[in-house]
Design a protein around this ligand. Sequence first.
Ligand code: CP3
Length: 344
Amino acid sequence: VSERAKLVRVLSGEVVEPPPVWIMRQAGRYLPEYRKTREKAGSFLDLCFTPELAAEVTLQPVRRFDLDAAILFSDILVIPLALGQSVRFEEGQGPVLSPAPIDSVALDPSRVAEKLAPIFETVRLTRAVLPRDKALIGFCGAPWTVATYMIAGRGSAEHLPARRLALEEPARFQALIDMIVDASVDYLTGQIDAGADIVKIFDSWAGVLDAEGFERWAITPVRSIVERVKAMHPRVPIIGFPRGAGARVGAFARETGVDGVAIDWTLPMRDACELVPASMALQGNLDPLRLVVGGAALDAGVDSILRVMRGRPHIFNLGHGITPDTPVENVARLVARVRGKVAD
Ligand code: CP3
């Protein structure tokens, strides 16, 4: 019988002390070994679609820092790609999608699983060598966040193009969201069938929505994905990340059916504890800038989160992704600090 990973235990409501730790965007440009493999692959998307190399970069941060989980190396924007929209990553300016805005009638939902097959192969290769006590996390973007890129064609200030379309042509926007929901269910179940232990839904831009928009475009589509994935895989825990949701994490936690909620660094963990049912796991929420700065700023941030979260099901993480300017030695310091004794 294999040991259940600590992350899985916490997501079923167990308190594990010290808490398991992993880092959002833990495979990335701050790591010299990542930059080397990325160079070998050519483009970022070539890396995502070359299973041997993607599995290698998935494992690199776990090897170096002995983290409690690996997260599949892929991207949320492989969904528009699999639906037939062109996606490129331009050096220094992020993703570029075309044509944009795109309409669901211009997309082809029939070949999503087939086009994503290399990514499922990455999961298989990774799970085969990852120690059993380390969780393998699969993921997708939440439909709202994916749609913001599909409509604007790139990252956009306050995501006005998607918000505007959702208000002006809600039926047309709904059709696009529904198509992303279907594709995301295929993406997640393909990862679970290949060996992912946990899946996470990243709603990085949930915070720009107003009250009605948040219910309709953040909560409802995530609830559909959770229901459909759980109907097939009731025992695989799901983490939701409604970044910037503030006090609305309470509604998100209660209404979507997720097992755990990732908290961004702007919401005090103390407030998250009051907003979210006590049996539910919380993940987070160190400011990534404290990890860049290191030293006393890092230690104080870690200690205060650990102190607040003592006695609650908690997964230690940043409040958003690690940035490329992060010194590698600060990551080792963070992991040691989380696993050491906390001075009162
Ligand atoms: O280590 C990991 O977390 C594994 C894989 C992962 C990536 N992206 C790799 C990546 C994950 C989970 C993501 C999620 C993702 N992708 C999100 C949600 C999380 C978040 O950060 O809010 C979003 C919004 C995206 C879309 C995306 N991908 C953008 C906006 C960019 C460009 C910005 C940037 O950091 O360069 C990417 C590219 C990307 N995805 C990189 C990596 C390692 C950098 C690409 C490179 O190597 O040049």
